[in-house]
Design a protein around this ligand. Structure first.
Ligand SMILES: *Cc1c(COP(=O)(O)O)cnc(C)c1O
Length: 402
């Protein structure tokens, strides 16, 4: 019989990374700005921008750092109000606080997407920027969001940490707003342990972000335009911002870039496998009367490495019993709202002043389950997980009925 798979271990890093790391070990050249050109970090930026179809990329230490730099690069005055979804990871409101801004939370519906009525209402409450976090890779209605923001001339940052490979109307997530931010933390589609990258078509904006990321003195000269070519507009922007901005030193090391680059050609395969795995599991979970996987929106083609589903018509006791039953069988189901420390439940963001109440988001979090589905899982392993979820759900209902 197939064993319950460990869903927390990663897949191996491609062998090609060894050679690049060996070279770095021999030369000791780990700092991105030592080599005159073609440092692994610089090559990663060029390749990533090309892969996503944007002009510029800046690799940094994490997606959180990319979000922070994006907000700083927008030159938002202190205490600017930044609208974010109430369902996201604590790193997102944290990056807003880090940038001396105030996060304003909007409601998220039971399909994990932004409630557009609440979004629109809050957008007119003195909002200076919008940070759309595509939480767990679920895309909100970006056509509506971009139109609302454009009409008010409010810049949009995309937190695409968990959306690498997702498309919206055929366009890559992360290229829809002014800036897109991605993560290379181990639980994301590309794994470097830690790391992040931001992409944009705006030369002035990326110049500010590059300098603040720690391109001190004239190190910005090692940042090029598309395809590694010299870019006069970029050089002009750098000259304008020289010595004018603080240096936060959030750079990426060459070692991280050496681990990431050989994974880029794997991305499309991972996206395909992840989506097929997710959709296979979703179809079977949806056969249960008490489990429900929300459908994607029509323009959205997803790139999941986890699955979220709602418990329908289950009371608190049945939900607890479902969680206990799955855990006893070896599948850890995280119900976002159930633990006292879940970093994705907004009421645990107690570092925020004036923490609001979001009744719709809270109701969703109390019923929404989260199970990791690493793209490497086989069909037999997926079947084991599905069986455990279905049996535990039926049992939780039966036990309550008895
Ligand atoms: C992982 C994640 C982050 C944080 O990324 P780091 O690289 O760990 O800073 C932010 N937002 C979302 C949606 C994430 O999934």
């Amino acid at each position: 019989m197939t064993q319950v798979p460990n869903v927390h271990t990663a897949e191996p890093i491609p062998d090609a990374a060894r050679e690049a790391i060996d070279a770095l070990m021999s030369s000791g050249d780990l700092f991105r700005y030592t080599a005159p050109q073609d440092a692994p970090v610089a090559l990663l930026e060029q390749e990533f921008a090309e892969l996503l179809g944007s002009k510029f990329a800046l690799a940094v230490s994490s997606c959180s750092a990319a979000l922070f730099l994006s907000l700083k690069a927008l030159e938002l005055p202190r205490d600017s109000r930044v609208l974010i979804p109430g369902f996201t990871f604590a790193a997102v409101p944290s990056s807003v606080v880090h940038a001396d801004c105030i996060p304003v939370l909007c409601e998220v519906g039971e399909n994990y997407r932004i409630n557009l009525a609440d979004f629109e209402a809050k957008l007119d409450q003195d909002i200076s920027a919008v940070l759309i976090s595509h939480m767990r890779g679920h895309t909100s209605d970006m056509d509506a969001i971009l139109a609302l923001c454009e009409a008010r001339d409010i810049p949009v940052i995309e937190d695409a940490a968990h959306s690498l490979g997702t498309t919206w109307n055929g366009q890559n997530i992360g290229t829809l707003g002014r800036i897109g931010c991605f993560s290379f933390q181990s639980y994301k589609m590309i794994n470097a342990g830690e790391g992040g990258i931001l992409i944009t078509d705006d030369a002035d904006l990326v110049a500010r972000a590059v300098i603040m990321s720690g391109a001190y003195e004239h190190n910005w000269q090692k940042h090029k335009g598309p395809h590694g070519d010299n870019s006069p507009e970029l050089a002009q922007a750098f000259a304008k911002w020289q010595n004018k901005l603080p240096l936060y030193n959030l750079r990426m090391s060459n070692l991280s870039a050496a681990v990431i680059r050989p994974q880029l050609p794997e991305l499309m395969r991972r996206v395909r496998d992840g989506r097929a795995n997710h959709d296979y599991v979703a179809e079977q979970l949806n056969t249960s009367p008490v489990l429900q996987v929300p459908a994607p929106l029509a323009p959205e083609v997803r790139a999941p490495d986890s699955i979220q589903f709602n418990l329908v018509n289950m009371n608190a006791q049945e939900i607890e019993s479902f969680a206990a039953a799955t855990e006893a069988r070896g599948v850890k189901v995280q119900i976002f709202g159930l633990s006292s420390d879940n970093a994705r439940a907004f009421w645990n963001w107690q570092f925020l002043n004036d923490l609001p109440e979001l009744p719709q988001t809270r109701a969703m979090l109390m019923n929404a389950c989260d199970v990791r589905l690493p793209v490497r899982l086989t069909k037999a392993e997926l079947d084991v997980i599905v069986e455990i979820l279905l049996v535990s759900a039926a049992e939780a209902k039966d036990r309550a009925a008895a």
